[in-house]
Design a protein around this ligand. Structure first.
Ligand code: NAD
Ligand code: UDP
Length: 324
């Protein structure tokens, strides 16, 4: 049978970012295959898509090869929060490296275009600020974050070698901290941690003195950037930074969340985890120039939507937090 729709594979499609991406691609009418092993993703995240004729779910571990016929691949499979990726660090590296090899092999075999969800973590604890794509990074090869950082760095290397050696049509995006509805409530990332702590009247756990900075991008902005990169010209393969250049200290984030939730919670100090980057902010000049993309949702606005989601999720844990 001849396929007229674009068949798109989203690995890690039942996760936080992947589920939003699947939702958008399904709404655009594409044939979407969501592949996930449900390590950190959930069926609730994509439950509302299961009945759609142009959505299909495949339970599979990307470390093992798989044979599918598709036109595009978004490779997102990999736990993203420090707690989850450090749970089984060997598996994290395997997922990034063997997952990339398996997906690049598929892209080569069927001639698919393939996008890698890389990360700001490839810059490590940066000595250059803000981070531009031509900065090579400052990464510890043997620390607790290395399984994630080095796995993602190796995946970038594989993407560019398949591109040069086998002419695979690649795209690489470096995603900076992204937040929004469907973040895993227990994944330990700062936005979900602080919101849940504030909503339940628990102390907000500030690691270190809270002067370390991050730039937070709302998920809808990120999905738009990722899709623009996939749809962009073939001569622009990246890597390209995607993130919100607004930079906040983690203490400011805690105070903002307490204010937005009207919470009585206090802020308490906890030790700063090893190798926790002290500052991070994307230079998004390249994305602005080549993709005409920049975030449109301010932090307070995005936090309100996320707080609303977690309130609904706490009332109905089996539901999807009213995100459909
Ligand atoms: P997430 O943990 O919610 O999603 C990852 C998904 O991959 C989950 O559904 C998980 O079950 C699945 N997965 C993990 N290992 C797998 C395997 N071996 N086989 C098949 N599926 C597997 O995380 P997220 O925040 O949605 O991140 C998605 C991607 O974006 C990741 O590759 C991550 O590295 C990247 N990224 C995210 C952020 C962010 O701030 N959210 C920042 C930088 C990069
Ligand atoms: N953080 C914090 N309290 C928490 C969780 C995280 O102060 O309960 C800090 C963490 O030390 C880091 C920042 O918030 O400096 C962002 O952490 P996250 O795990 O969300 O992302 P990443 O470190 O990967 O950017």
């Amino acid at each position: 049978m001849i396929h007229l729709k674009t068949r798109i594979l989203v690995t890690g499609g039942a996760g936080f970012l992947g589920s939003h991406l699947c939702e958008r691609l399904v709404a655009e009418g594409h044939d979407v295959l969501c592949l996930d092993n449900f390590f950190t993703g959930t069926k609730e995240n994509i439950g509302h898509l299961l009945g759609k004729p142009n959505f299909e779910l495949i339970r599979h571990d990307l470390v093992a090869p798989i044979f599918l016929e598709v036109d595009q691949i978004y490779n997102l499979a990999c736990p993203a929060s420090p707690i989850h990726y450090q749970y089984n660090p060997v598996k994290t590296t395997k997922t990034s490296v063997m997952g990339a090899i398996n997906m690049l092999g598929m892209a080569k075999r069927v001639g698919a275009k393939i996008l890698q969800a890389s990360t700001s973590e490839i810059y490590g604890n940066p000595t250059v600020h803000p981070q531009k794509e031509d900065y090579w990074g400052n990464v510890n090869t043997i620390g607790p974050r290395s399984c994630y950082d080095e796995g993602k760095r190796c995946a970038e290397t594989l993407f560019f070698d398949y591109h040069r050696q086998n002419r695979v049509n690649i795209r690489v995006v470096r995603i900076f901290n992204t937040y929004g509805p469907r973040m895993h409530p227990n994944d330990g990332r700062v936005v979900s941690n602080f919101i849940i702590q504030a909503l339940t009247g628990k102390d907000l756990t500030l690691y270190g003195d809270g002067s370390q900075t991050r730039s937070f991008c709302y998920v809808d902005d990120m999905v738009e950037g990722v899709i623009r990169m996939m749809s962009g010209p073939d001569d622009f393969v990246g890597p390209v930074n995607l993130g919100n250049p607004g930079e906040f200290s983690i203490r400011e984030l805690a105070e903002t969340i307490i204010r937005l939730t009207d919470s009585q919670s206090a802020i308490v100090s906890r030790p700063l985890p090893q190798d926790d980057p002290l500052q991070r902010k994307p230079d998004i000049g390249l994305a602005q120039q080549r993709l005409n993309w920049q975030p449109t949702i301010q932090l307070a606005q995005g936090l309100e939507k996320t707080i609303d989601y977690f309130k609904k999720k706490m009332r109905d844990p089996a539901g999807n937090g009213g995100t459909t």
